[in-house]
Design a protein around this ligand. Structure first.
Ligand code: ATP
Ligand code: MG
Length: 284
């Protein structure tokens, strides 16, 4: 198994007491597999990704990459987050090169000499369509271009696993579709083991080999669905396919299950007044 989480749970302790973010859960990601995590806001998806990346300790359980415990962040795991995380003072090319520079300074073989990575940086910038913007600064780019640069940066260290937390959440629908096509291209040509968090069920079905549907907080996996559409058939047009819509309805039904009105967000969304204490969202 490429990436495995066994009995991983998370309880945060803070001034307001304890928050159970994740119930103990098991997840096994095969080599080259693309798994999406969908679930209500606050159910622990980001927490799960942070734990898998070694950025946050689990309260119980263990994460293994190729059978080895993940104890901290490293070059084997590429990360991409929803918020803009490029360094504003570095050009696009310097941003993409940054993990290699870091690895070099840490004396890691993964990065090699800084010059050696130049070809890889160039090929990734070309892959994401930013070669002509290599000397631009993040503030000079659109949101979609920034996320393409972030994707190139996540891939530059040749990670064994890619973890993506709602990477396209802040983009408009059209840009988002372009990013999905870029990821589909990547999957077809450079199969890389990926855990991908999204709120968008269409996006999950379009990209994934499997979709894990999470419950309300504390998150646990309600169901894992196999998505078997041929890779060659994956494009925006697939979203209108009857079998696609059938799976989409299945996932939406799970998401809208018994806990439909439980969260503060859903109360607001469905216009319910918050008469009882809410479900304890951990933050404002
Ligand atoms: N550093 C932290 N300290 C305390 N509580 C936290 C911390 N990070 C997250 N939580 C709490 O853990 C729960 C899960 O949060 P998390 O960010 O993992 O949810 P999520 O599923 O990613 O939500 P969203 O879909 O809105 O991004 C929430 O109740 C949140 O308030
Ligand atoms: Mg999150």
């Amino acid at each position: 198994m490429k990436l495995s989480l066994r009995g991983v749970s998370k309880t945060y302790s803070g001034r307001r007491g304890e928050t159970d973010a994740l119930a103990p859960l098991d997840m096994a990601v095969r080599e080259g597999e693309f798994i999406s995590l969908v679930g209500p806001s606050g159910c622990g998806k980001s927490t799960l990704l942070h734990i898998a990346a070694g950025l946050e300790p689990a309260t119980s359980g263990a994460v293994e990459l190729d059978g080895e415990r993940v104890l901290g962040p490293g070059a084997e795991i590429g990360l991409m987050f929803q918020q803009q995380t490029l360094f504003p003072w570095l050009s696009v090319r310097e941003n993409v090169r940054f993990p290699l520079t870091l690895a070099h300074h840490r004396g890691r073989a993964a990065g090699g000499a800084p010059g050696r990575g130049a070809a890889r940086v160039e090929s990734l910038l070309r892959l994401v369509g930013l070669w002509d913007f290599r000397d631009s600064y993040p503030a000079e780019l659109s949101g979609g271009m920034q996320q393409r640069a972030a994707l190139a940066r996540a891939l530059v260290g040749k990670p064994e696993v890619l973890l993506m937390d709602e990477p396209f959440g802040a983009l408009d629908a059209q840009t988002r579709e372009q990013m999905q096509e870029l990821v589909l291209h990547l999957i077809q040509h450079h199969r890389i083991t990926t855990l991908f968090v999204t709120h968008d069920v269409d996006e999950a079905l379009l990209l994934s080999d499997r979709v894990a549907v999470f419950s309300e907080r504390p998150g646990r996996v309600l169901a894992t669905l196999d998505v078997t559409f041929a890779r060659a058939a994956r494009s925006s047009a697939l979203k209108l396919d009857e079998a696609f819509l059938h799976q989409k309805r299945e996932i939406l039904a799970l998401l809208r299950g018994r806990d439909r009105f439980e969260t503060q967000r859903d109360r607001l969304l469905f216009g319910l007044t918050n008469t009882q204490s809410n479900s304890g969202e951990g933050g404002p």
